[in-house]
Design a protein around this ligand. Structure first.
Ligand code: MBD
Ligand code: FE
Length: 249
């Protein structure tokens, strides 16, 4: 039996040691680094810090040799307790937003419809906040869980998210700023598709021509397969997004 935990942690330690040597890191810098991590933890920003730098890589690993549709960042704002929704995701009537229609189909890797799949959808408010994490957004707003129908299809209304700056008033924002990096993400909608007997697919949709699509602070240029064309249905921006999920085993 191998020891995967030991394999990974030992490699991680080895990699960090190389960086310390390469940059001749001083004891003061080393202590400052530890202090920074404590600060990030105290500000509850460790998930954000780790997601910003590494989540994209884990998504890319998942996509290697996968017949399912591409996975992408989960980010720090998923919640299991998303309300079950049928045709509308709750949005704050006090905040003006552009209508958005999210629809698509869940199939297996042969293209047959998968009924009764849970499609979790979560997104920012029109001013870049997530319910359950940021103040001022009622719980359960801008997120929901919709079930695919007998034909595998789902359809819900919401409002358009905007490009937004990841939380930048804490340790993560301070780090990016000192590094000379920006903290913007292109506008996006998050999805997680779950069905017993299938591998879960976590992904995001981006908007054609959207600002920062070529320069996401969490991973550079976004996967072109995840960019939806600019289409309207009535007064609503259409986000047509299909999912191919793969059987376990
Ligand atoms: C987000 O909204 C997000 O989606 C990611 C990946 C990181 C930070 C904030
Ligand atoms: Fe997000």
């Amino acid at each position: 039996m191998g020891n995967r935990l030991n394999d990974i942690v030992s490699s991680l330690v080895e990699s960090v040691r190389k960086v310390l040597v390469e940059h001749r890191v001083t004891p003061e810098e080393f202590r400052a680094g530890i202090g920074y991590l404590v600060e990030a933890a105290e500000a509850k920003e460790l998930p954000l810090l780790i997601d910003v730098f590494f989540n994209i890589t884990v998504a890319e690993i998942t996509n290697m040799d996968s017949a399912a549709s591409p996975t992408e960042l989960q980010g720090p704002y998923f919640r299991e307790d998303a309300p079950l929704v049928t045709d509308e995701i709750a949005t704050d009537p006090r905040v003006k937003g552009t209508p958005m229609l999210l629809r698509g189909k869940v199939t297996d890797t042969k293209g047959d419809p998968v009924a009764g799949a849970e499609v979790f959808i979560w997104q920012s408010t029109p001013d870049g906040k997530y319910s359950g994490f940021h103040e001022g957004v009622p719980a359960g707003f801008y997120r929901g869980k919709v079930l695919s129908g007998p034909d595998g299809k789902y359809s819900v209304r919401s409002t358009l998210p905007v490009p937004y700056q990841i939380k930048n008033d804490g340790p993560v924002g301070a780090l990016l700023e000192k590094m000379g990096r920006h903290s913007w993400r292109p506008a996006h909608v998050h999805y997680k598709v779950r069905k017993l007997g299938f591998k879960e697919v976590t992904t995001q949709a981006y908007f054609e021509g959207g600002e920062w699509v070529g320069d996401d602070c969490c991973g550079g240029s976004v996967n072109p397969e995840l960019i939806v064309p600019n289409r309207m249905v009535g007064d609503a921006r259409l986000v047509e997004f299909d999912f191919r999920i793969e059987k376990v085993g």
